[in-house]
Each structure stands twice: as structure tokens, then as C-alpha cells.
Design a protein around this ligand. Sequence first.
Ligand SMILES: N[C@@H](CCC(=O)N[C@@H](CS)C(=O)NCC(=O)O)C(=O)O
Length: 253
Amino acid sequence: MSSRPEPLLLHGIPFSQPVRAVMWLLLYKRMPFEMVPVNPGSKSESGSRNPAYLAKNPGGTIPTLEEPDSGFVLGEAHAIMCYLANRHGWTDVYPSDPKQRARVDWYLHYHHRNLREASIGLVAPRIRKDLAIPEATQQSAIGTFTRALRALDTGWLAQSAWLAGEQLSLADFAAYVEIGQLQPEFTNLHDFEPFPNVRRWLGQMKQVDRHDDAHACLGALGDISRDAPSMDAIRDANVRGLAVVRQRVAEFG
Ligand SMILES: N[C@@H](CCC(=O)N[C@@H](CS)C(=O)NCC(=O)O)C(=O)O
């Protein structure tokens, strides 16, 4: 009698952009997994700076993926997504052709000091007051993000339907969690009017399977452009997001 494999563990919370990218990919692929809530930056028992968590991921960031069956542990959202695609043969989102795959990798590397700055310049100052991000750092991050958005609009997304070519890939999941969070129906923190190709792509991404489930926490939090949300509102949004994800995974059977 063969025993069922233990579900994967994903450490993190849905409001975290890199966690959301992995979460969405797992939902999209209907891969059973369990969310283990971990608070970013906290030294508490369930925090990412707690010694028990640091033993799994020395960098102290979320997400971390854990495979109970093999004991394998992996950090960094993009490394996790590539691993999952390699392990499970998801060549639809991570093509096997070396050149096509390299285009996906190109974006995944570009993302970190470019589009990722959306969270440093726009989102974190409102939801992580404890970080006290200096105004100059915020402005610099917004400038970097805006330049990267323009590069997407006039380059990648002007040349192809999706970020790395003519099909949805890991690059799109990675980019959307940063850019998509700023739309009017979520945090409402950026104007996309000057970026027509980005707007077209945002529309496509909203049609990707499980988009709404992966973004339930952002929908629950809503517009934060006028007032920074309370800690209670952020916690409630994460609780809502976790509940939706758990419900969907339960339905995978
Ligand atoms: N490059 C990392 C970034 C992860 C990251 O910055 N996670 C944030 C939450 S969105 C975090 O864990 N911050 C806690 C800390 O730095 O103490 C990845 O893509 O996984």
C-alpha cells in the first residue's frame, strides 16, 4: 500500500509579495500545500527572525518551502518557483527550451532591484511603520520602480504578450505580485495610465486561474492610499487570505 505524500509546507503570509507568488503558482497548479503563518521581521515564536525559523532560512525572510517527505528546505521565492517547476515538470510556465527558459530567468533576476522596489517605496511605508523607512529611500525606490515599469511597458510587454514571450511564465507571477498590488481595487497606490502595455498585461493576469484566491487578502484590505491601515486590519486581511487559500487547497482533494 503506497502512502500519500505529505503536503508541501509554505512558510509565510499572503500579504507578502514573494509568498503570494509561490502561493499563486501552487494554487494554479493545484498542488496540495499547507500554509504555515510566519510574521516577517518578528522575533516571536511565529516570526521570521525567531531562531527556529532562522535555522530553516538563515536570511530570516518569507517565503520558505519545506518538503516534509524529503526534509528539503528552500528559501527565496524565485528559487522556490524554479525548483517546483523543475521538480514537477511544469514546462508550460518554465519552458524547457534553454533560450526561452533564459528569458524567464532574465526577468526573475531583473525583478529584485527594480520592480521589487514598489514594496519598499510604496507599500511598506504604509503597512510597516516599524521599519521607519527614510523619505529619501522611499523616493529613490519609487524612481527605480517607475523606470522599471517603463522598461516593461516600452520593452518586454511591447514585444510580446507576456513578460518572457508568448506564454504565461514564472516571470509573470513574480512581476504581478509587486505591480498588481498597486491597482485601484487593491492598495490603489500607483497610476498606470501612462503605461498602456502594462495595463493590458494587468488585465490578462487577472484572468489567470486562481488570481482572486491568491489576492483575497488584498481585496479584504482594500484602498490604503489615503490612510495607513491599522495592524488589526492587516492581520484580518491575512486571516481572510489564509482562509481562502486553505479552502481552495481542501477542494483539490
Ligand atoms: N528576495 C526574497 C525577499 C523576501 C522578503 O523580502 N520577504 C519579506 C516579507 S515581504 C520578509 O520576510 N521580511 C522580513 C525581514 O526582512 O525581516 C524573496 O523573494 O523571497
